[in-house]
Design a protein around this ligand. Structure first.
Ligand SMILES: NC(=O)c1ccc[n+]([C@@H]2O[C@H](COP(=O)([O-])OP(=O)(O)OC[C@H]3O[C@@H](n4cnc5c(N)ncnc54)[C@H](O)[C@@H]3O)[C@@H](O)[C@H]2O)c1
Length: 301
């Protein structure tokens, strides 16, 4: 880094616009499908080797959408290997701190080091707080908050020892505003922003950046279901049928969307994650990057 010598010196005159991740290695949780799969593919396309970790099983009872499978995790591996990058699949539960430490140790051993952590795994459940059972509440908080903290904590000793690291936590637009009938999820995603800002402060002098990406509504198995479509129609201020169709969800939500779309695709979130993992983003930490198709234009701050 060149130090500015006068008030009209901008520092280094060679712009740092190399967004390559060549030579880097990453661990991504929730890698079997959806946003996690797109992040793995994008990191590999940018040059990184990738360990993709997923539970590949029922993460919690009472979820209204199907579980990810080992076959889906294999598909992620094909995308990473298609980009000619080293791929390591791991079946583990982010709630298991010991398993997360073992995954990091294996990544360090096989990749030689671990530069990037993307804590993406999460679940979503709905229901007014008054009707939310303690079990459902605990499952959302346990996976989304404790599991994410486990993921970050497992990687920190290695990153601190190298004085280098890029940590990206996947929060949500629903961590930036209230979510009617989704208090446990919204609480967990707001909580992740607090986690991110606290850890960013703790490790800021150690060459480690910590940031959040908040996806908007993204078309994945987590959202491609009648339960989520019903909430979408409610949010648009309309009466929702018990089992709305995709077309009814689109008709209700697209007109009020800033970009006029009902939802985004996973590959439209992944580039925001890649940017935060680059050396070019070395002075971006403690920040929220909303990849929400413009919906943040409606929020304060
Ligand atoms: N889809 C959206 O609209 C949206 C919007 C904002 C934020 N998000 C967040 O993005 C992340 C990815 O969501 P998605 O839409 O791709 O969902 P998804 O359900 O398609 O994928 C989530 C993955 O995480 C895995 N997972 C869940 N619990 C786990 C655990 N305990 N241990 C290990 N793996 C586990 C699942 O098996 C699954 O493969 C989540 O944190 C979600 O909250 C999603």
């Amino acid at each position: 880094m060149n130090v500015a010598t006068s008030s009209d010196d901008i520092g280094d005159k060679t712009p740092h616009v190399n967004f390559s991740l060549e030579g880097k290695s990453a661990l991504v949780t929730g890698a079997a499908r959806g946003i996690g799969q797109a992040i793995c593919a994008a990191l590999a396309a940018a040059g990184a080797d990738v360990m993709g970790l997923d539970i590949c099983a029922v993460a919690a009872p009472n979820l209204t959408y199907p579980s990810a499978t080992e076959g889906q995790l294999e598909q992620t591996g094909k995308l990473v290997e298609g980009a000619k990058r080293h791929w390591i699949p791991v079946k583990a539960d982010i709630r298991d701190a010991k398993a997360m430490r073992a995954a990091v140790e294996r990544a360090v051993k096989e990749f030689g080091k671990l530069d990037i952590i993307v804590a993406n795994a999460g679940i979503q459940a709905y229901g007014p707080l008054a009707n939310t059972s303690e079990e459902d509440w605990n499952n959302v908080i346990d996976i989304n908050v404790k599991g994410t903290a486990n993921t970050v904590r497992a990687a920190l000793p290695h990153m601190l020892s190298r004085k280098y690291g890029r940590i990206v936590i996947i929060s949500s637009g629903q961590g930036r505003h209230g979510f009617k009938n989704g208090s446990a999820y919204s609480t967990s995603k707001w909580g992740l922003i607090g986690l991110m800002k606290s850890v960013a402060w703790e490790v800021g002098k150690d060459g480690i950046t910590v940031n959040c990406v908040e996806p908007g509504l993204v078309d994945t198995p987590l959202t491609r279901n009648t339960g989520r479509w019903r909430e979408l129609i409610h949010t648009a201020g309309k009466e929702a049928p018990e089992n709305p169709t995709e077309q009814e969800a689109i008709a209700a939500s697209a007109p009020s969307s800033v970009m006029g779309i009902p939802w985004m695709q996973p590959d439209e979130v992944a580039p925001a994650v890649v940017f935060l993992c680059t050396d070019a983003a070395n002075r971006v930490s403690g920040a929220c990057l909303d990849a929400v198709a413009g919906e943040s234009a409606k929020w304060t701050g």
